[in-house]
Design a protein around this ligand. Structure first.
Ligand code: SF4
Length: 242
C-alpha cells in the first residue's frame, strides 16, 4: 500500500507519462478492485479503447439516469458489444422512485444538483464502496475545476482516483480517434460535442467550448462526480443502502 506522500510523488512523475502507462500501472496495482466510469460519448472513446487493449474485463460503470438520449444508449450497446467491454449499468436507489416519478419532467430543470445527486453521485458512491481505485476520463482543458485536478488523487476514505487523460487536449483526443478510426457518438455530427442527459445538453457552435452545451445558462458545469459533492458523502443515505 502506497503512502499519501508516495502517491503524490508518483502523480507528479506521471505528468509526463502517456495515459496507457498510467492505466497499466493502476490496473496492475489495484486489480480487481478497480473500475472506470464512462458516459460513452465521443470524448470517452480513446480511454475506452485503451482499456479494451490493456484489460478488456476491467469493470466499467455507466450511469443509466433514465434521461439519456436514445442515441447514447444504442451507441453504448454497440461499442460495448464490439469491444467486448465489461459494462455495469448503475441506477438511482429505488427509494427515490416515488419522488422522481412525481416530477420526472421538471426535476432536471428545477433542481439539477439534486437530480445529479440522485442519478449520478449517489449511485457512483455506492458502486465504488468496494473498489480501491476509480479511473475517470476527465481532462484539464475541459473546466476550471478539472484544471486543478491531479493524475492520482487519494480520497479521505482511501479510494484512489486515477485521471490518466488529464493532460490530453481536445486535439489529442481527435488525433487518437483518427489514428485508431474510433466511432463517434451519433449526435456528434449534429453539434453535440459533449453529450450528457437529454434535458441538460444542447448542441454547440464550432468555436464554442466543447462543454458549453451542458446545463447551458444554468450556472452549472459539473454533475458533481468530480467536485466536492462527490467527496462529501451523504453518510446517512449511503449507510442505509448497505
Ligand atoms: S445531467 Fe440533468 S437529467 Fe442528468 S442527472 Fe443531471 S440534472 Fe438530471
Amino acid at each position: 500500500m502506497l503512502t499519501p506522500l508516495e502517491i503524490e510523488e508518483l502523480s507528479t512523475s506521471f505528468e509526463s507519462s502517456p495515459p496507457q502507462e498510467i492505466l497499466t500501472w493502476a490496473i496492475e496495482n489495484y486489480w480487481p478492485q478497480i473500475a472506470l466510469s464512462s458516459s460513452f460519448h465521443t470524448q470517452s472513446m480513446p480511454l475506452l479503447h485503451m482499456i479494451s487493449q490493456i484489460r478488456r474485463d476491467t469493470l466499467i460503470f455507466f450511469l443509466d439516469t433514465g434521461y439519456h438520449f436514445w442515441e447514447t444508449l444504442i451507441f453504448r450497446e454497440k461499442v460495448a458489444s464490439e469491444w467486448k467491454l465489461n459494462v455495469l449499468d448503475l441506477y438511482r436507489d429505488a427509494r427515490w422512485d416515488t419522488f422522481v416519478r412525481g416530477q420526472v419532467r421538471t426535476l432536471p430543470l428545477d433542481d439539477p444538483n439534486l437530480c445529479c445527486f440522485i442519478h449520478k453521485v449517489q449511485p457512483m458512491q455506492k458502486a465504488l464502496r468496494d473498489m480501491r481505485a476509480w479511473i475517470s476520463g476527465i481532462r484539464r482543458d475541459q473546466t476550471t475545476a478539472r484544471a486543478r485536478a491531479k493524475i492520482l488523487e487519494l480520497q479521505d476514505d482511501g479510494l484512489l482516483k486515477v485521471n490518466p487523460m488529464l493532460n490530453w487536449t481536445k486535439a489529442d483526443v481527435q488525433r487518437y480517434m483518427e489514428e485508431h478510426r474510433l466511432p463517434t457518438h451519433p449526435l456528434f455530427e449534429k453539434g453535440y460535442r459533449s453529450v450528457g442527459c437529454a434535458p441538460c445538453t444542447t448542441a454547440v457552435g464550432v468555436a464554442d467550448d466543447e462543454r458549453a452545451g451542458r446545463w447551458r445558462g444554468r450556472g452549472k458545469t459539473e454533475c458533481g462526480l468530480h467536485t466536492e459533492m462527490f467527496v462529501k458523502k451523504d453518510a446517512r443515505a449511503i449507510e442505509t443502502m448497505r
